[in-house]
Write a protein that binds this ligand. Structure first.
Ligand SMILES: Nc1nc2c(ncn2[C@@H]2O[C@H](COP(=O)(O)OP(=O)(O)OP(=O)(O)O)[C@@H](O)[C@H]2O)c(=O)[nH]1
Ligand SMILES: [Mg+2]
Length: 309
């Protein structure tokens, strides 16, 4: 890559990899999207939304922060969960700095303890991000903040924010500026991620499924993009299979007279059209694939495997 593509940076330019870690559902992906000002990672009220590491690149005049959004750290119950945990922990050796995100409206639980233990094995600066301050009374924020800090006394800084409403988000960027090491720009300023459009499309479909399905069903869903074709006139034809593990889940996902699948499809299509800035035809099918979450070959095919590095 030539210097030209990267642009000129001042002598005091700082850069590096920022691992965004924490237990499920605390707002890691919301925070990364808020910092980037763009929806890269899908978000849902259900834990274990994120399944893969996703890079999000923030380029400013004096700073390039490369965020690694990760799956929530939890105790895995199947091979998919094991992959997700490994994916989350694998971000740490690559990182220059950690944003440890917690939900300060709640006291620490066992999973937060698991995160702290994992972080204690590395000598990285850790910024403790007390998220969801918008739903936390000040006295509770103080008390829970203290209890989170106790889990990892070596925390470098802590900061209360609302990733959802934006309070404190610019202050997080200021902390990155302070704690990332001096370094070059690694990516061209217009590159904001390393994942492909196809991945983002499949994720948007999965997000709508997560949003509308309940209990165990959303966790049993995987999206397999079969076709992504530009049609004459600029429209895009996308066909995807939605995997579930059981016939009963298939029935729920399709819904009464196809109503659920239609709803998921139409909401996903609108977001995909906004992403691609093209007209989209979206064709969804539901396929029962028993125990795919425990099947290494199927997980590999769906992209749930650790990249060798
Ligand atoms: N009230 C409030 N809700 C938030 C805030 N940040 C995130 N949320 C909500 O918390 C839920 C989880 O957000 P995500 O960003 O998907 O959380 P995550 O940590 O990436 O979760 P996993 O990918 O499952 O590990 C969503 O419903 C968000 O809208 C916040 O600052 N305040
Ligand atoms: Mg997430």
């Amino acid at each position: 890559m030539t210097e030209d593509l990267l642009g000129d940076v001042p002598p005091d330019h700082r850069s590096g990899f920022v691992a965004v870690v924490g237990r499920p559902n605390v707002g890691k992906s919301t925070l990364m999207n808020a910092i980037l000002g763009q929806k890269l990672a899908i978000v849902s009220p259900k834990p274990q939304t994120t399944r893969n590491r996703i890079l999000g690149i923030l380029t400013l005049d004096d700073l390039q922060a490369i965020f690694i959004d990760t799956p929530g750290i939890h105790r895995p119950r199947h091979k998919l969960g094991e992959f997700m945990l490994a994916e989350a922990l694998s971000a740490l050796p690559d990182a220059d700095l950690v944003l440890w995100v917690v939900d300060v409206s709640r006291p620490p639980n066992e999973e937060d303890g698991q995160v702290a233990t994992s972080l204690s094995r590395h000598t990285l600066p850790v910024i403790l991000v007390l998220n969801k301050m918008d739903i936390t009374p000040p006295a509770v924020l103080l008390e829970h903040g203290r209890r989170y800090r106790e889990l990892l006394p070596t925390v470098t800084e802590d900061i209360a924010i609302s990733a959802l409403q934006g309070q404190g988000v610019p202050a997080v960027v200021d902390l990155l500026r302070r704690y990332l090491p001096p370094g070059p720009r690694y990516y061209p300023p217009d590159q904001i991620t390393d994942v492909q459009e196809r991945f983002l499309v499949a994720e948007l479909i999965r997000e709508k499924a997560l949003l509308h399905l309940r209990e165990e069903v959303p966790y049993a869903v995987a999206v397999d993009l079969e076709e992504f074709t530009e049609r004459p006139g600029g429209a895009v034809y996308i066909a995807a299979r939605l995997f579930v593990e059981r016939e009963s889940q298939k029935g729920i996902l399709i819904g009464h007279e196809g109503s659920m699948l239609k709803r998921i499809g139409s909401e996903a299509r609108q977001e995909i059209e906004a992403l691609l800035e093209k007209r989209v035809y979206l064709d969804l099918r539901v396929v029962v694939k028993p125990k795919w979450r425990r099947d290494p070959a199927e997980l590999r095919r769906l992209g749930y495997y650790r990249r060798r590095r």
